[in-house]
Design a protein around this ligand. Sequence first.
Ligand code: HEM
Length: 415
Amino acid sequence: MSATATTVLPEGFDFTDPDVNHKAVPHDEFRLARQSAPVAWIEQDEVSTSGFAPESGSGYFAITRHADVCAISKDSKNWSTAENGAIIRFPSAMERDQIELQRVILINQDPPEHTATRAIISRGFTPRSINELEETMIARGESIVKAAVARGTGNFVEEIAAELPLQAIADLIGVPQEDRHKLFDWSNQMLAGEDPDYAGNQDVAAAEILGYAMMLAADRQANPRDDLITKLINAHKGERGLSDDEFGYFVILLAVAGNETTRNAISHGMNAFLDNPDQWEIWKRDRPATMVDEVVRWATPVTVFQRTALKDMEIDGVTIEKGKRAALFYASANFDETVFEDPFKFDITRDNNVQVGFGGHGAHYCLGANLARQEIRVIFDALADHAPDITKLAEPSRLRHSWINGLKDLQVKYA
Ligand code: HEM
């Protein structure tokens, strides 16, 4: 453990404290850590951390530099997500058996199991599958924006940023129109359990999504269609199929990962455009392809995922003992001044943007990255075309969460 690690941060400070993140992304503390204690030991209250293995629960090593986040992400031989999961802190109300079940989720598997599961699931995420969604997505994006413009003012997060990802993921999975908002409510309840505004029962939501996934599976078995569920069921017939649990939890992962993340990328992106009108002008005029990565860097919707050391590892001179957890702070790495010039400038023309919002380019790199990129581009195209004079009416309110950088309310005037 590094002797200097704990001295640079305020005593008792924890980057994953939902109350800290409720106020703002703790950029000052990240900067301090990057510069003086890039592998900082953060002591935690054992009750609230609930990793899979209770003995690892008393704290974590905060990894804040871009290079270290990437190096650990790429080294799944020595760093596991199966040991304690990828999520660093579960809501305290979550039952242990519920947490244990999450082991079947792709993101909580290590190679070779992960490699096999990912190969099956990737079939639904080929560039062709995503391209096929583009035309529908553009039409949906335009009608979402036009409906909001017709209302004049409103909450951008709910009306626009949340709506396109919901429709896109439902199109990909093959969820009928009438069930889509159920999926949306369940995914909110799954993720937002730490925010009193979304108080709901996480266990019940998980059980309901599981039941729903099984029902979809049974339906597609009888009536195959050209959608992700049918592709995954067909994959069952291969050499190694998905187990029922894997299948059900994958639908949960998609509902959560597909909705909550992209929504926040779009919300933070809009907020950044509203704060930087020069960038909005550039977007409207030139539509640079570099916009998407800058929005994801700026937003970093997933602030952190964790890995567990499978043997004693040394990072920046600090030994992380076998079984201890390392928290990969994408929210810090994306503002690492040794990698990004002028990192706190929102610059949609930024070149060579090696942002790690979708992960540190390892085996778990976001499977939905292409879909998310397409959604971000489509929605900002629709906004530039149909709501070019959008203005902010109030500063946004933030989600209370330990690892999602979320916005709840962003009141805007569309014209
Ligand atoms: C994994 C972020 C959108 C599905 C991840 C990871 C991150 C991430 C940080 C972990 C990477 C790692 O551990 O190295 C994001 C962000 C998004 C987004 C910021 C939006 C801007 C999506 C969408 C989907 C999706 C739209 C699905 C439709 C997944 C899946 C994994 C994953 C399945 C697990 C991959 C694996 O373990 O092999 N995402 N994601 N994500 N994401 Fe996303």
